[in-house]
Design a protein around this ligand. Structure first.
Ligand SMILES: *[C@@H]1O[C@H](CO)[C@@H](O)[C@H](O)[C@H]1NC(C)=O
Ligand SMILES: *[C@@H]1O[C@H](CO)[C@@H](O)[C@H](O)[C@H]1NC(C)=O
Ligand SMILES: *[C@@H]1O[C@H](CO)[C@@H](O)[C@H](O)[C@H]1NC(C)=O
Length: 493
């Protein structure tokens, strides 16, 4: 909790910093950004970023610091490229990826706050008075751009409207506005290799051409980066063009968003629609705060979307995800490996539950220190879920799930299984004890499951589930089936 508030404070600071650097726009979000206005004012062409240098300046320093502050002593993650991210049920164990989304549903006042709330404002939970105050302050100061200087050799503000412009200019800019970018087929909107302290703002509608390929549609890497969606912006993946009911099989589908080797950074207020397959993949990253994201794949419920994981995390540390709203068709969250991970204030609908796992059978098989709190899981196959791979080795330790609300769960309210199979996702029915699940707290899981579901399902290996705390869990409905296998004493199914 302490850590959580800490990150919220940082987040608020981040939002303010974004505002400070991107003064309020008149309110609408189509077309003319504050940066463009500033560019116009200074007589520059912001669209291709040329000539902006030194004329629009911001406080990069404070921003960099936020980035640093965010990091909770994690050392940079292993260099992986996400191959370990997740195993998709029925899939081939590929990495997941994530889409992200915006702010509306997560309720930060989505632009209606009218006044100065600009783009950046939407950043997640900065809201209300803080936001507008800040916006005002900066609004007037926006032009007072001449006091700070952009880093040597950097152009401070760039507005891009094509992926090619991004590729060509991204490392020269410390503020990047992505204005209604149409990314061509088989291209990645590549935001890796940014300068430290760079702020990226998605504005308007971001779309992608169609091709069968693996993606990612968007890649972000670097250090001290802030990625935000402007109020009213949408990143529309057009996933229905790929959906064929086969997920990882069938047509090759691009993953949505790779946050790989990203450190001390923030991703906020993105409004994502219709990812072809997995949405956000977080791998080899540390000190990353993600908030105010909406992933709306609800169309996929009837149009054949599958394996559309919300957030897949592998080999990463100090990852905080909060205020997210996900409607998808696979795990809302899946942690394959990593340390010091928090997931809170989330709504997960339509998917397979909030999961740790599957763990085992990858390069990194350690999950240590996870807090999952204040999550509502509805219309999903499972609620709380931990899955470890039969026959594999690994550790899951120091995990707390608390204040979890369940509604209309079709299979298991709480499921902890040590008989998972990578690839098929099927249980073997023969749990093994090579992956330990130790110091697990499940507290305050409430609500109900559907009539043919099982409220609590535990299948542990012999001696591999130890030191569990279990309190305040009341899952109504469903059927009692079997019993707990090898569960720690006092826990009943
Ligand atoms: C954007 O706003 C500026 C100043 O408000 C104006 O000069 C410019 O023409 C506008 N650009 C567009 C594309 O509307
Ligand atoms: C329950 O969830 C399923 C999806 O698992 C959905 O199809 C159904 O409409 C939901 N029922 C209600 C009453 O929301
Ligand atoms: C058990 O895990 C919790 C986090 O869920 C942690 O705060 C606590 O220190 C751990 N206890 C031990 C003995 O490691």
């Amino acid at each position: 909790m302490v850590k959580l508030s800490h990150s919220f404070v940082l987040l608020a600071l981040a939002s303010m910093a974004v505002l400070a650097s991107v003064p309020a726009r008149a309110g609408s979000h189509n077309g003319n950004s504050s940066l463009e206005k500033r560019a116009a004012k200074h007589g520059y062409n912001a669209v291709n970023g040329a000539g902006f240098r030194r004329h629009v300046r911001r406080k990069h320093n404070s921003h960099d610091q936020e980035g640093d502050g965010t990091q909770n002593e994690q050392q940079g993650g292993a260099e992986q490229d996400g191959g370990q991210s997740k195993n998709n049920e029925g899939g081939n164990g590929k990495s997941g990826k994530a889409s992200k989304n915006y702010q509306g549903a997560s309720g930060d006042g989505s632009g209606s706050s009218g006044k100065g709330t600009t783009d950046g404002s939407s950043s997640s939970n900065a809201k209300g008075s803080t936001t507008s105050t800040t916006a005002k302050g900066t609004g007037s100061g926006g032009s007072g751009s001449s006091s700070d200087s952009a880093p040597a050799g950097a152009t401070s503000g760039c507005t891009f409207s094509t992926a090619a412009q991004v590729a060509a200019g991204k490392d020269k800019c410390t503020t990047i506005v992505l204005n209604n970018v149409q990314v061509p087929a088989k291209a990645t909107l590549d935001l890796s290799g940014l300068r430290s302290g760079t702020q990226v703002l998605f504005q308007g509608q971001t779309t992608f051409g169609y091709a069968e390929w693996e993606g990612p549609l968007i890649l972000v890497g670097g250090s001290g980066v802030t990625v935000t969606g402007a109020s009213g912006s949408v990143i529309d993946c057009g996933g229905d063009r790929w959906w064929d009911g086969k997920g990882d099989s069938g047509k090759k589908k691009p993953k949505f968003f790779a946050a790989h080797s990203l450190s001390n950074s923030h991703i906020t207020s993105l409004n994502v629609k219709d990812t072809p397959v997995q949405a956000f993949s977080i791998a080899g990253s540390s000190g990353l705060t993600i908030s105010g994201i909406t992933i709306d794949n609800s169309l996929g419920d009837t149009k054949g979307a599958k394996n559309t994981d919300g957030f897949d995390i592998g080999s990463s540390s100090g990852i905080t995800i909060s205020d997210v709203t996900i409607h998808n068709q696979d795990d809302c969250l899946a942690i394959n490996s990593g340390k010091n991970i928090q997931f809170s204030k989330a709504q997960c609908t339509g998917g397979h539950g909030v999961s740790i796992g599957s763990v085992g059978g990858r390069d990194d098989n350690v999950v240590d220190g996870v807090t999952i709190e204040s999550v509502k899981i509805s219309n999903s196959v499972n609620g709380v879920r931990i899955k470890t791979v039969a026959g594999a080795k690994g550790t899951v330790s120091d995990v707390t799930y608390s204040s979890i609300q369940l509604e209309n769960i079709s299979k298991y309210g709480i499921t902890i299984q040590q008989d998972y199979t990578l690839g098929s996702g099927e249980p073997t029915g023969r749990p093994t004890n090579g992956v330990k699940i130790q110091n697990l707290s499940i507290k305050g899981v409430q609500g109900s499951v559907g009539s043919s579901a099982v409220p609590v399902h535990i299948v542990c290996g012999s001696g591999s589930c130890t030191d569990w705390q279990w309190s305040g869990n009341e899952v109504q409905g469903g059927q009692k089936a079997g019993g707990c296998l090898n569960a720690p004493q006092g826990i009943t199914c």
